[in-house]
Design a protein around this ligand. Structure first.
Ligand SMILES: *[C@@H]1O[C@H](CO)[C@@H](O)[C@H](O)[C@H]1NC(C)=O
Ligand SMILES: *[C@@H]1O[C@H](CO)[C@@H](O)[C@H](O)[C@H]1NC(C)=O
Ligand SMILES: *[C@@H]1O[C@H](CO)[C@@H](O)[C@H](O)[C@H]1NC(C)=O
Ligand SMILES: *[C@@H]1O[C@H](CO)[C@@H](O)[C@H](O)[C@H]1NC(C)=O
Length: 666
């Protein structure tokens, strides 16, 4: 039965349309029959239906019911298969360390028997959101074990580096026993640290909201702090994208970096601590983010500083849904899912797959298609991915949530083409709830979104399994079996379809653009998080408001808040020749404890022959006195020290979170 519905009986697309158009209600008994036999067999099949919406809307009702029932059947299967991939007890994760989220149980062709920081962070974010929506003590244990595993992992030295200057945090993948992976790879990947911070911040918020602020401060914050410091220090360096293929600046990574710093600053303040680097750097990341928008093409260019790609990539849809925050409505600056930019981009990305996959042949614009990573993809011959197809649906469910919340839909010149595919007669304007156009738009978008889930339902394995990809010609599942991220993508789309929204990330406080962009990077300090003893019985609290458990920061006579940490910009005038780098070294860990190997490099981006400026911004505790010197490091590693005496500087203790120290080579 499953095979019949999953296979050629409902192919090609036209056969199901003819049936629907000619026989009212034909599919309903068929679907019911499938479901009852499935219940009997204890398995799940793909009872999805193909086809285009017809004018009567009858077809969309059929798709909706098919998707409703498939989701209900698939949800527990996806969650249990996801949990199977988490060590040590997961049914498919034998050999993996405690709390380690394995990418896939597949150990060959392809070998995904590793833990990727990106995948694991996205999967654990789904678990945290699920937990926040519906408390479960077993899920809490899983989340705690994941956090404990990440505290350990942050300290594992690897080919990207170590913890002392943060560089090792961007290592993309580790062995499942948490040892380093030393093979050649596309590294570093700078989305891992901010994504992990986001997940942990969200669990910390639950702790705070339920009266457990001290657990958030003592166990979770020290891990988050390292990842935030990493993000503030390295966001403006090139790195590998989420598909691990191109070295540049990736929209997905920059979105995650921005969110992490905005949300991190808010959590720091809730926990009565601070993240001055978060507050200072986040607006600069948002500023850089704007440069990914291609206004003369109405799409997001997913990767900068690379060649050989047209820029349209599921990267951008994944970035947009990951930063969904309905409190800012359809804001374009943060690329909200319902923003004019993200909707135009949805069309650009999904349209880019219409003509290249045989299984999409003949499907009109505005009707769901199988979605892959990007059209030039050659991995496994280049195929649609479950998680990309689900993301295309999720973006539309996110949009529906906001439109219903605000009671209107605005169509602009930028988003017009997206809407015209769905409601051909539409014009630029704002359509309020109650108007027939508003109703038409919402109904068409719901059908369009369900179409993406319907494709996944049709292409999933008959037991509900989802690997990484499905074949561009035959539609058959292929590549890594039981990809953990595929299940998380399904569960996330299903939650949004049901109207469930995760915690806000304070996007409202993070959507103001500075007047001009700078690549400000702030060097931080990194400390291994050693306290991982979660107290037992942290059940939902009695709704103690977060502010009641924290003390308000003391203010001075002038009403400002004294800074506890200060971003000090060290400017050193030093004439150098090509290949030489000026670094700063001193008597504290952040300055390498006088060891040149731990010295912090200055940037020569403002260097001219008349003004040989080297500069770096470093976060330091207010009031601390440091001894330091600059060194000139040659391309062969040779070190030339400044002459004596050692320099001394006391970080100011005022309300300012920034300070400048100007020096000249001595
Ligand atoms: C909440 O979680 C429990 C398992 O802990 C599950 O049985 C129940 O269906 C969930 N409820 C909702 C509304 O998701
Ligand atoms: C990535 O690109 C930058 C230049 O944009 C280069 O300096 C760096 O070495 C490259 N990294 C790798 C691993 O290729
Ligand atoms: C660094 O930031 C500047 C300012 O926004 C931007 O022009 C540049 O492209 C960024 N570079 C990278 C690698 O992110
Ligand atoms: C500078 O500091 C280093 C490390 O503490 C010390 O060994 C050295 O003697 C100091 N130099 C002077 C001139 O005090």
């Amino acid at each position: 039965m499953a095979a019949a519905l999953n296979g050629s009986d409902l192919h090609p697309v036209t056969s199901s349309i003819n049936s629907i158009n000619s026989t009212t209600g034909l599919y309903q008994p068929v679907i019911m029959h499938v479901i009852s036999s499935l219940l009997l067999l204890g398995a799940v099949a793909s009872q999805a239906v193909f086809g285009r919406p017809d004018a009567s809307g009858r077809h969309s009702e059929v798709v909706k019911r098919a998707v409703d029932s498939w989701i209900e059947t698939e949800k527990p299967i996806a969650l249990s298969k996801l949990l199977c991939n988490i060590g040590t007890t997961g049914c498919a994760a034998s050999g993996a360390g405690l709390g380690v989220i394995v990418a896939s149980p597949s150990k060959s062709s392809p070998d995904y028997w590793y833990t990727w920081t990106r995948d694991a962070s996205l999967v654990s974010k789904l678990l945290v959101d699920t937990f926040v929506a519906n408390y479960s003590s077993s899920l809490q244990t899983t989340i705690q074990n994941f956090i404990i595993s990440q505290a350990k992992l942050q300290g594992v030295s690897n080919p990207s580096g170590g913890l002392s200057n943060g560089a090792g945090l961007a290592e993309p993948k580790f062995n499942v026993d948490l040892s380093q992976f030393t093979g050649a790879w596309g590294r570093p990947q700078r989305d891992g640290p901010p994504l992990r911070a986001i997940t942990l911040i969200n669990y910390a918020k639950w702790l705070v909201n339920n009266g457990y602020s001290s657990t958030a401060s003592s166990i979770v914050w020290p891990i988050i702090k390292n990842d935030l410091a990493y993000t503030a220090q390295y966001w403006n360096n090139t790195g590998f994208d989420l598909w691990e293929e191109v070295n540049g600046s990736s929209f997905f990574t920059i979105m995650a970096s921005h969110r992490a710093l905005v949300e991190g600053a808010a959590l720091a303040s809730t926990l009565s601590t601070s993240c001055a680097a978060c507050t200072t750097v986040a607006p600069q990341i948002l500023c850089h983010l704007q440069s990914f928008w291609v206004s003369n093409g109405n799409y997001i260019n997913s990767n900068q500083f690379i060649s050989g790609r047209n820029g349209r990539d599921a990267n951008s849809i994944l970035g947009s849904i990951a930063n969904f925050d309905p409190t800012v409505g359809c804001d374009s600056t943060t690329f909200q899912p319902c923003s004019e930019r993200s909707l135009a981009n949805h069309k650009a990305v999904t349209d880019s797959f219409r003509s290249i996959y045989a299984i999409n042949n003949g499907i009109a614009q505005g009707v769901a298609v199988a979605v892959g990573r990007y059209s030039e993809d050659v991995y496994y011959n280049g195929n649609p991915w479950y998680l990309a197809t689900l993301a295309a649906g999720e973006q539309l469910y996110d949009s529906l949530i906001v439109w219903k919340q605000q009671g209107s839909v605005t169509v602009t010149s930028v988003s017009l083409a997206f809407f015209k595919d769905l409601v051909p007669s539409i014009a630029v304007g704002t359509y309020a709830s109650g108007s027939s156009t508003y109703t038409s738009i919402l109904s068409a978008v719901q059908t369009y979104a369900d179409g993406y889930v319907n494709i996944v339902a049709t292409r999933a394995q008959s037991n509900g399994g989802m690997p990484e990809q499905f074949d561009r010609n035959s539609g058959s599942p292929l590549s890594a079996a039981d990809l953990t991220w595929s299940y998380a993508a399904f569960l996330s789309a299903a939650a949004r379809r049901a109207g469930s929204v995760p915690y806000s990330w304070n996007a409202a406080s993070g959507k103001t653009l500075p007047s001009s962009c700078s690549g400000l990077q702030v060097a931080g300090s990194y400390t291994s998080a050693t306290n991982t003893a979660f107290p037992t019985s942290q059940t939902p609290g009695t709704g103690i408001p977060p502010t009641a458990t924290t003390t308000a920061p003391t203010t001075t006579a002038t009403g400002c808040t004294p800074a506890t940490e200060v971003i000090v910009t060290f400017n050193e005038l030093a004439t150098t020749s090509y290949g030489q780098t000026i670094k700063i070294v001193g008597n504290i860990a952040a300055l390498g404890n006088w060891s040149p190997s731990g010295a912090v490099a200055l940037s020569a981006s403002g260097y001219t022959s008349s003004n040989p400026l080297w500069s770096v911004s470093i976060i330091l505790p207010a009031g601390q006195t440091i001894s330091y010197k600059y060194i000139n490091v040659g391309s062969d590693g040779s070190v030339k020290w400044e002459s004596d005496p050692n320099r001394s500087y006391t970080v100011p203790q005022t309300c300012d979170t920034t300070a400048v120290k100007s020096d000249k080579w001595q």
